[in-house]
Design a protein around this ligand. Structure first.
Ligand SMILES: *Cc1c(COP(=O)(O)O)cnc(C)c1O
Length: 407
């Protein structure tokens, strides 16, 4: 947008960059190296043998004993896939939206002919479970077939209580399917598909899973499979039934496999398994607290503020921030041009391109990130604000270092 007042006299952007946007996330060398290989045989051999353990590894991360179907496509594909199996034209779905992604999933449902009812909880709040409970209670005819709940909305960085939505359904014995979007939270924030009573869950590979964008997943339980079985028609490509069988996936039903992604995924899933999924969650939680501590310190003077005020409602993978327009854009441009750091744009907070839109940005801290990277991210932001003369409170890096250092 605008040219920052001055650049560093020496360009400090060469060296390894850090893409600190909320997806695609930083990709481990081990994942990229695993993908760097000649085309494998798709009919037999290593690729086919890899599938059952890979599917099991994914189920372990999702905390489910049930089924997982893989698609070539991004998160939007998983949205469409999930709905295509259980929602027929005319079916009613309830979308408690807490940012742009709830609206996006709802819009996908509209495109498939569903009757979509959005409950909009704004851009700075989590879902209000009482309001959802009231709406479900009022639906005595059980017209609502599914509740589409985004776990972490990546635009606002709010984290919703998915188990609470299940409790609201159960409290009134409502049979609607609980469908969760975990695209931004999978492998980052605590998620327990079976324990929380989630029937369908969608995720992608380019956020917590640390793999280049291109494959996505729909997890579903037996209740959802029963709903699928009663559908009069499901398009062949989106049908999850053959895809949930790892042998068939490769053979005849779904076309050419995403060969190289499978190699990358296997490494990523193994990395998560080796670290331990709880340890992965704990790492994200601590790194997020370091980010918040710095943001709080900065926010004591000037205009920088976290979009979600209550720490209990914040994502551990992404932080949405406000900074008086146009400073957010100036800061992003400065760190990009001068120090090799890329921050996320604000999304869904103001009309794209409007003056107001330059007052929002986001930090991705998901996947393959560690303590020194987060200190580098925060230090880079400090440098940018210093260069641009952006007013801010002192002590941000000290506050983050205390969290990272455990003191
Ligand atoms: C990234 C994201 C999506 C969309 O995924 P794409 O791969 O960009 O299609 C959907 N929902 C959430 C919560 C996301 O973070």
């Amino acid at each position: 947008m605008s040219t920052p007042p001055k650049s560093s006299p020496v360009n400090l952007s060469h060296g390894r960059g850090y893409l600190a946007i909320p997806g695609p996330s930083v990709m481990p060398e081990a994942v990229l190296n695993a993908m760097h290989r000649p085309a494998p045989n798709i009919y037999s051999g290593a690729l086919v043998d890899m599938m059952p353990p890979l599917m099991q590894g994914l189920r372990d991360i999702a905390r489910t004993q049930h089924h997982v179907a893989m698609y070539i496509g991004n998160g939007h594909a998983a949205w469409e896939a999930s709905l295509s199996n259980v929602i027929a034209p005319g079916d009613k779905v309830l979308v408690p939206a807490t940012g742009r992604f709830g609206h996006g999933w709802g819009d996908t449902a509209t495109g498939l002919g569903a009757d979509v009812e959005v409950m909009d909880f704004g851009k700075q709040s989590a879902m209000d479970l009482d309001q959802i409970a009231d709406r479900l209670e009022a639906d005595t005819a059980h017209e609502i077939k599914a509740v589409l709940a985004v776990h972490v909305d990546t635009s606002t960085s709010v984290r919703n209580d998915i188990a609470g939505v299940r409790a609201a359904l159960d409290a009134v014995d409502h049979p609607a399917l609980l469908m969760a979007d975990c695209i931004a939270s999978f492998g980052c924030d605590i998620f327990e598909m079976d324990r929380w009573g989630v029937d369908v869950m969608v995720t992608g590979c380019q956020k917590g899973l640390m793999v280049p964008p291109g494959v996505s997943f729909v997890f579903f339980n037996d209740r959802a499979a029963e709903v699928r079985a009663k559908m009069t028609r499901v398009s062949r490509f989106w049908d999850w039934t053959p895809r949930a069988n790892p042998q068939e996936f490769y053979q005849y039903h779904c076309g050419t496999a995403p060969t190289h992604h499978i190699y990358g995924l296997q490494v990523a899933v193994d990395m998560i398994k080796t670290e331990g999924v709880e340890a992965v969650w704990a790492r994200h939680a601590t790194l997020a607290r370091a980010v918040w501590a710095a943001c709080e310190a900065w926010g004591t003077e000037g205009t920088l503020a976290m979009n979600i005020a209550d720490p209990a409602l914040r994502s551990h993978a992404v932080t949405a921030l406000r900074l008086e327009a146009p400073q957010a854009t100036q800061l992003r441009e400065w760190v990009q041009e001068n120090i090799g750091l890329t921050l996320g744009i604000g999304l869904g907070m103001a009309p794209p391109g409007s003056a107001e839109s330059h007052g929002f940005f986001r930090l991705g801290h998901m996947g393959h990130v560690n303590g020194q990277m987060i200190m580098g991210l925060l230090g880079g932001i400090e440098a940018g604000m210093s260069a641009l003369g952006i007013k801010r409170g002192p002590g941000a890096l000290d506050a983050a270092a205390k969290v990272i250092g455990g003191s």
